[in-house]
Design a protein around this ligand. Sequence first.
Ligand code: UFG
Length: 326
Amino acid sequence: KNGTILVVGGAGYIGSHMVRQLLAARYDVVILDNLSTGNRKLVPGGELVPGSLGDAEVLDRLFAGHDFDAVMHFAAFSQVGQSVNQPLVYYRNNLAETLTLLEAMVRHDVRRFIFSSTAAVYGEPTAIPITEDHPCLPTNPYGNTKLAVERLLADCDAAYGLKHTVLRYFNAAGADDAGDIGELHDPETHLIPIVLQAASGLIDHIRVFGTDYATTDGTCVRDYVHVNDLARAHLLALDALMQGADSATYNLGSSNGYSVNEVIAAARSVTGKEIPVVTGPRRPGDPAILVASSEKIKHALGWKPAYASLRTIIRTAWNWHLKQAH
Ligand code: UFG
């Protein structure tokens, strides 16, 4: 065995893909998940402990019972719009509960941490592609909570030697090729799964939020990165931390930007379905363009997305979608 990893939020969309890769890489995996947005049926193996990362007693029992080499944290709320309306819920879940987790780690002398952060920490970018040294000025509570944890981690490194990797995801998408785990949100707010719902007739149409952005076709441009590529980056970060690497912050994106219209066109081509579209007003808080530079992690850890094309990413999501429907 290579080690024992605590995956908080391992029953969620990205966490479940992580668990699968850790098991394949011969790590023992313990999953802590309160199943609020996660789902038992997404857990591909490992030991599932239902419970909250904000519960110090649960954490003390977990840490006393296992000799964890590292902790990965996927258990956050991630809807920008919801965070604007319910900031207290977001600060409680994403910041306060993470604080409780870090306290337990320090108490039990576990000092390797991999944190799921977001492009939302950058706010409205002033330069594209976005590099890690771009100013962090989030424009919503969700981004504020993630940036607050990033700063907390830097302080914990300085004070307690808590070594961490911060991974700033751009737009996570796709599903494992096996088709048995994938994106399962209720309600679904993300573009690709909604487009696929429209492709299969589960919903009448996809609504495009804004067609007057300063982009090539007027719709927002995003950087879609396959969920297995995200998980793979965590594995590389874990290896580096196990070998004594210092704390670091990396973007995770494909470095390619696609507009909402381009995503819909690619989905039509992959699915062979019509996909009815209606246009609507802008969704508050959406930056026009978010595209990552992922050069830093390529150089430091040798990470390279294996699912490089948008069509491939959509094909894996469609595969999952079809298997869900049956
Ligand atoms: N969109 C539509 N119609 C829809 C859904 C989305 O037009 O029904 C558009 C959005 O306006 C946006 C794009 O599709 O322009 C992508 O939207 P998503 O909701 O899929 O993703 P976001 O870019 O808004 O957000 C994602 C994560 C956030 C994270 C952000 C960082 O969900 O948690 O990426 O880049 F902060």
